[in-house]
Design a protein around this ligand. Sequence first.
Ligand SMILES: Nc1ncnc2c1ncn2[C@@H]1O[C@H](COP(=O)(O)OP(=O)(O)OP(=O)(O)O)[C@@H](O)[C@H]1O
Ligand SMILES: [Mg+2]
Length: 231
Amino acid sequence: MTVESKASDSSVVIRASQVWKSYDEGTISVLNGVDLEAYKGEAIALCGPSGCGKSTLLHLIGGLDEPTRGTITVNGKTLGRNRDMVQFMRHEVGFVFQLHNLVPDLTMEENCLLPAVAAGTPRGAALDRLKELAVRTGLGHRLKHRIQKLSGGERQRTAICRALMNRPGILLADEPTGSLDEKTSGAVFDLLLDLAHTEHVTLLMATHDRALAAACDRVLEMHDGRIRTDR
Ligand SMILES: Nc1ncnc2c1ncn2[C@@H]1O[C@H](COP(=O)(O)OP(=O)(O)OP(=O)(O)O)[C@@H](O)[C@H]1O
Ligand SMILES: [Mg+2]
C-alpha cells in the first residue's frame, strides 16, 4: 500500500484492496492490483498516461462496473451487486464526467432534480437543495434554462450541482474540466474544490491537468494499472 494518512478526519471512506480488472476473458488487463485509501474530506487527483486505467478505477469505485478480483468498500460497505447497493450508492456517491452527461432538452432544474427524485427526496426539499447549490455555483438565474442553451462552463457547473444534490460523501470526477478552455477550466475546478471542502466531500478526480492536480491535497500516479506514488 502506497498511501498515507492525509485529511484532518482520519476516517477512511474509500478503500480499494488489490483491485484487478480485465476484459475479454483476461486478455486485456487494465487494473493490476490497485490499493487505495481515501479519507473523509480530502481531495485526491488521479493522474497518469492515457489508458492507464483512471476511468476504469473511478467506474469501479462508483459501482458502475465490478472488479475482476479484489474488494472496494465505500463507507465501510463492500460493493457488490444487489438492489440495496443501488440506493446506497445514489446517496453516497456523486459523479461528474468530462462531458456533462446532462439531458439537453431538459432545463437545468429538471436535470438536477432527477437524481433527487430517484433517491426518494421530496420535491420541495430537492428544490431547496438545488437553489442553494445554484446560488453557490452562480447559476441561480439559469434554473429554467435548457441545457442546450448553456455554455460549456455552465453545463459543467450544472453537472456539479446534479452530482451534489443528494449530499454524497464522495464525489468522483473524471476529467471534469477536460472539455473547457483553460480559464473556464480553472474557474470550474476552483468551484468544485471549494464545494467539496465546504461540504466535507471526499473528491477523487482523474485529470491530465498538472496544475489542477497540484491544488488537490494528494496526487496519486497511475501507471500500467497500478498506483505508483503519492504525496
Ligand atoms: N469495455 C472495455 N473492453 C476492453 N477494454 C477496455 C474497456 N474499457 C476500457 N478498456 C481499456 O482499458 C484501458 C484503460 O482505460 P481507461 O479509460 O480506464 O483509461 P484512462 O486512464 O481513463 O485514460 P484517459 O486518460 O485517456 O481517459 C484502455 O486501454 C482501454 O482501451
Ligand atoms: Mg479516462
